[in-house]
Ligand binder design. Sequence first.
Ligand code: GLY
Ligand code: MN
Ligand code: MN
Length: 433
Amino acid sequence: MISREEFAQRRQRLMTETGDGSLVLLTSAGERLRNGDSHYPFRQDSDFHYLTGLDEPDAVLVLAPGRESGEQLLFLRPKNPEREQWDGPRLGLDGAREQLGMDDAFPISDLDDILPGLMEGVDRVFCLVGKDAQFDQRVIGWRNRLREKNKGQRGPAELISLEHLLHEQRLIKSSDEIRTMQKAARISAAAMRRAMQQCRPGRNEAEIHAELVHEYLSHGCTPAYMPIVAGGSNALVLHYIRNNAPLPDDGLLLIDAGGEYQNYAADISRTFPVSGRFSPAQRRVYEVVLAAQKAAIDEVRVGQPYDAFHTTAVRVLTEGLVELGLLDGEVESLIENQEYRRFYMHKTGHWLGLDVHDVGDYRIEGESRLLEANMVVTVEPGLYIGFDDDIPEEFRGIGVRIEDDIRVGRNGPDNLTDAVPREIADIEALMAA
Ligand code: GLY
Ligand code: MN
Ligand code: MN
């Protein structure tokens, strides 16, 4: 649980960085119509959530460092009993002050009237330039209104993207953020274990998908992204989300799924045999991916370049591909010529946080950035073997990915999702139980 104080500290810290004479503007996510009058489930924009904790559409946060009559302002929907009868409770203006700790709050409908005045005396406006073209236009419109009103006043000279400052802040997780991510990880791990236990020949991908969702919803999570439940060679489709085919009796099942808890995501992949027992060929491929994952996780350490764990995974996978007879040649040159990409075409991980692919730069001035304590990454090597004639029959159609969520700990890698078995013996034991 992120405290009201922590949300306020985040705003304070951002204002310290943008400085006096600046104005920060940030919009909430909007509601999206699915069809008729039915909407997609509302999911707050992660940046907006990070700075406000408000879970409503139609809101704009304004930070005005140094403004004497209040620095932290929220425009949002006022209370409206009639609308709340249809759509549920709103926080309202008093709630924004009392529960979110804003200095002041205004109806969202007053934004156009009030905003030009807030720009008076401001040099620099920070917003997520380019994220929402309509909002960018409104910002320019407010500046023009200010110019018209105060002849001779130029208004803010600079429109600066907030992205870098805000996303660097989000990249390093606080202890309460880590606790929240641990909770997302625990629930997501339980869901993956449940899927393993419920998996057996004769079932359909959709039934396993339902088991995952059952576990998320029962424990306060929603899916952090559309789960991938891919039986047999469906696993070769990296973004497979149809999830509606019968499970192959003798095939593997690749699941890539995680829940989000209080907006923080987990992201786990496991691959296991539908029958509960790995075949010799499946076992050989699986062991290569597992070895790559273990070696890669060991690189997730303070001071290591971000790229190191990917480089390590590629090396172990390429060595394994040679041993399996799927690649032929010197490991060095197979890596240099990216021949492994025929079987491993994605990166080994990404930042994890409020977004599944979380924000933050991976490179600084062209160089892979160094890992710092309390960054969180996924480590997710895989192998995806097609049906080409030159591939030994026993390996055709096998797709394996193993993914865990790793916190960069001061004393080494901290696997948030290690409650899900990865070793073959442990997977087989859980499935047999
Ligand atoms: N689930 C998306 C990913 O693993 O990156
Ligand atoms: Mn994943
Ligand atoms: Mn991932």
